[in-house]
Design a protein around this ligand. Structure first.
Ligand SMILES: [Fe+2]
Length: 282
């Protein structure tokens, strides 16, 4: 498919775009360059009308970088870096609810996440995204300067959202593993990170994973972490992706957070996830 038919349509004021007119299985390097440019421009790209095997998803991810390991869900038998995100009709808790960037508690968290929709509810099950560059740029110069001196301690333990074990214990449809080791996954990253390709600065902090600032107590850190979360998720910094089977969304974990909306009780949702491009935040 020629890349000159690729349509990129922004879906909100701050971030996010829909991409149509490309077949990720057969695209050439020019077509990928157009998709990648849309990714750089919009941070979140929902690419519609795809028909992707597990290997196809791996191949798209490989254009971004090496695959990342996810410690808490068992991967597919032949594709250990891919796993299914499933919510069955009888389940009430979802996976990926609450604002976060993926696996910030790893030393080299993924540059991007690829999430492919296989089965979606007729309504609901959207994903929200927020723009951590716009959030940073809206801060006062003095606040930017102060945050630029801070490092965040990021933990997988989900201390402030009920604990990893309790959080995942009620997710029945997925192959959860290793939650007892969640405390051991911890990484120190700058609160303001710089994006290599664009030079942009982005906030890199969440109430889910950032427990405190280096050199400060959790009590001292918490009010500012909570404020940064409220600030970053202001409505004007968000977009919302509505999924259809065959949609694959690629989002930039360096410059966004996301939250899966749990508003489709009694209905099934089946997605497939890959994280890609292990990167040292700087
Ligand atoms: Fe996530």
């Amino acid at each position: 498919m020629s890349h000159d038919k690729i349509e990129v349509t922004p879906i909100a004021g701050s971030l996010g775009a829909e991409v149509r007119g490309v077949d990720l299985r057969t695209m050439d390097n020019h077509a990928w360059a157009a998709v990648h440019q849309a990714f750089l421009d919009h941070k979140v790209v929902a690419i519609r009308d795809q028909d992707l095997s597990p290997q196809d998803i791996m191949d798209v991810g490989a254009r971004i970088g090496e695959p990342n390991h996810y410690p808490f869900v068992k991967g597919m038998d032949d594709f250990p870096f891919l796993f299914d995100v499933v919510k069955e009709p009888v389940e009430t808790r979802n996976f990926g609810g609450g604002w976060h960037s993926d696996t910030t508690y790893m030393k080299t968290p993924p540059l991007a996440t690829l999430l492919y929709a296989i089965e979606t509810p007729p309504r609901g099950g959207d994903t929200l995204y927020c723009d951590m560059v716009a959030a940073y740029e809206a801060l006062s110069p003095r606040m930017q300067e102060m945050l630029g001196t801070l490092k965040g301690i990021n933990s997988a333990a989900l201390k402030h959202t009920g604990g990893r074990k309790a959080h995942h214990a009620v997710i029945g449809g997925m192959k959860i593993q290793g939650t007892e080791e969640a405390e051991s996954y911890e990484a120190v990253h700058p609160i303001v990170r710089t994006i290599a390709e664009t030079g942009q600065k982005a906030l890199y902090c969440s109430r889910a994973h950032t427990t405190h600032f280096e050199g400060m107590t959790e009590d001292e850190s918490r009010p500012l972490i909570e404020w940064l979360q409220a600030h970053a998720t202001r409505q004007e910094f968000t977009c919302r992706v509505n999924w259809k089977p065959g949609t694959i969304t690629i989002w930039d974990n360096r410059r966004t957070m996301h939250s899966a909306i749990n508003d489709y009780q009694g209905m099934r949702r089946h997605m497939r996830r890959l994280t890609s491009g292990p990167t040292h935040p700087v």
